[in-house]
Design a protein around this ligand. Structure first.
Ligand SMILES: O=C(O)CCC(=O)C(=O)O
Length: 265
């Protein structure tokens, strides 16, 4: 098994961190094109295939989502908590390229909270507008979104609303999108039509603040998937907040029960 990512070069050699931090603070997101090399992305994709082949069967069902459980290969849409079940993905999340950058963008020491795979197969539905803070239950964290293939308006790219992180956490309601349980209830009218399309190539890394409003288009391509990793980081001090941990755990359990009732996991 490869532990390559811990040995990969740090964020220092991949982007100008002062500029990235200024953009992140100002717009609520930042993009780094070609952050990972083609070779590194090929390694991540190989490890993902190994995970699907060899690890998935020992992962609890509540961390593996299929659009249609009777057609697992064609309809796998999401893997959760990959760092918990696999050393490669744990090593990727802890690597200086990723965890080191999270520390710098947030200005505090962080730790990985989740590593997710979002596959968006052909025909997959859009991801509703939301803020990740609704899931985190706080704003002391961030999300990285790593393109594992080229992404455009047809196969479901991400859209960010610049400056929306300055609005704080807005009301959400339950969504019907599998794997994305929360949708923004009301879009601030002055932000309507200001979202920016995050077309990306394999290796592009996006980062967003927990209050940045974002969504992703559906996959309208008939053959291309839209594979991406989502890596979330929380400030280390969140680990000491017992009440937050308990609320978060309770919400995750409630979600899993709901998905089980709907026959999705
Ligand atoms: O990839 C997607 O469809 C959405 C991902 C997302 O919302 C996130 O990473 O916060």
């Amino acid at each position: 098994m490869s532990l390559a990512p811990l040995a990969w070069s740090s964020y220092v050699e991949r982007l100008n961190v002062q500029t990235a931090k200024a953009q992140f603070d100002d717009a609520g997101y930042v993009r780094a094109d070609a952050y990972f090399s083609a070779e590194e992305i090929a390694t991540v994709r190989d490890e993902l295939e190994r995970y699907k082949r060899e690890v998935i069967q020992r992962v609890p069902q509540k961390f593996v989502f299929y659009e249609d459980k009777s057609r697992p290969t064609e309809t796998l849409i999401r893997l959760e908590r990959m760092m918990t079940f696999d050393e490669f993905f744990s090593s990727l999340s802890k690597s200086p390229a990723i965890n080191g950058l999270a520390d710098k963008l947030l200005g505090t020491e962080c730790e990985p909270n989740n590593v997710q795979y979002f596959s968006k197969p052909p025909g997959a539905k859009p991801t509703p507008y939301h803020q990740d803070g609704q899931y985190f239950m706080h704003d002391k964290g961030l999300t990285f979104w790593l393109a594992l293939d080229d992404v455009d308006e047809v196969n479901g790219c991400m859209y960010y609303v610049p400056g929306s992180h300055k609005y704080g956490l807005l009301p959400h309601h339950k969504s019907n999108a599998l794997g994305f349980s929360q949708a923004l209830t009301k879009f601030p009218s002055e932000l309507l039509n200001t979202d920016v399309c995050m077309r990306a190539t394999a290796g592009t890394l996006l980062a967003h603040h927990p209050h940045t409003i974002h969504n992703a288009g559906g996959n309208r391509d008939s053959t291309r998937w839209r594979p991406a990793l989502g890596l979330t980081f929380w400030a280390k001090k969140c680990g000491d907040d017992v009440e937050l941990q308990a609320r978060h755990e309770e919400y995750q359990e409630m979600l899993a029960e709901q998905l089980q009732r709907d026959g999705k996991i």
